[in-house]
Design a protein around this ligand. Structure first.
Ligand code: NAD
Length: 263
């Protein structure tokens, strides 16, 4: 994948880049030569400094707020003089059954996981057109491929995100804009997984359940690493993927394939 090794001269905005998959992606794309602008609503000065050590510019942005999102994207494109890549990665979980879901819960989850990707694309596309083409990657989930009983609102948000990916991919191929999704399985060292494990009565047993539900994670005896999702995003934004659009690539160790064999 030689052309994946160079993103030199490319400019990327990554939302939710302060931790987990977004942070790993920001660092990997920066290592491949891209100029990176991260937006996150939880941004400590330590995190900004740590990202700055990789040449990454970080700023506070709440992606649920459309004006904030536009400021992030316009600001990056203005500072760098162009924009080539958008990674809509910010996301939150929602482990609640329907009777417990308030309107605020719904808005919070859907605005973060779905609405922000739509408006992020809206604001990024004119810059990508000016650049002669570009790439948008949406961080969906295995829950977007196969809904899960424990988190219906999250599953709905990620299924909608995959629908958005395919629909916009169809609309903007003519502009040489490629729009794809990655669908991670259980990823260790992320805020999302850490809070799931912290909420569990027996975190060790829960971690084992996460691993057991994903056939390859089970075979490796570990969860997926943020860097392993970042590698897929690197491929999708690189010229190596110049004919790839509208896909939803599962980086889930086979979790969304079906029910794994009994051990
Ligand atoms: P994470 O919590 O480490 O990262 C999510 C980031 O998004 C955080 O830095 C958070 O501050 C930021 N964020 C959340 N809401 C925001 C908002 N309104 N505005 C700006 N930033 C906001 O967890 P992660 O696992 O790295 O999550 C990244 C993506 O991966 C999410 O979209 C998540 O749904 C998806 N995902 C994660 C897993 C997993 O097992 N960790 C599995 C499948 C999909």
């Amino acid at each position: 994948m030689s052309s994946a090794a160079t993103l030199s001269g490319r400019v990327a905005v990554i939302t939710g880049g302060a931790s987990g998959i977004g942070r790993a992606t920001a660092i990997l794309l920066a290592q491949h030569g891209a100029r990176i602008f991260v937006g996150d609503y939880r941004l400590s000065s330590e995190t900004s400094q740590a990202l700055g050590a990789h040449g990454i510019t970080a700023s506070t942005c709440d992606v649920r707020n459309v004006a904030d999102l536009q400021r992030l994207i316009d600001g990056a494109a203005t500072a760098a003089g162009r924009l080539d890549i958008l990674v809509n990665n910010a996301g939150i979980g929602m482990v609640k059954q329907i009777q417990a879901v308030s309107e605020d819960d719904w808005d919070n989850c859907l605005d973060t996981n779905f609405k922000a990707a739509f408006f992020g694309a809206k604001f990024a596309i004119p810059y990508l057109v000016s650049a002669g083409g570009g790439s948008i990657v949406n961080t969906a989930s295995n829950a977007g491929l196969l809904p899960r009983a424990h988190d219906p609102v999250y599953s709905i948000s990620k299924m909608a995100l995959i629908g958005l990916t395919k629909s916009l991919a169809l609309c903007h191929s003519k502009d040489r804009i490629r729009i794809n999704a990655v669908c991670p399985g259980p990823v260790i060292d992320t805020g999302m997984m850490n809070s799931d494990l912290a909420a569990a009565i027996d975190p060790t047993a829960t971690a084992k359940q996460f691993i057991a539900a994903s056939p390859l994670a089970d075979a490796h005896g570990r969860m997926i690493r943020p860097e392993e999702v970042a590698e897929a995003i690197l491929y999708l934004v690189s010229d190596a993927a110049c004919m790839v659009t509208g896909t939803a690539i599962a980086i889930d160790g086979g979790k969304s394939l079906g029910v794994p064999p009994r051990s």
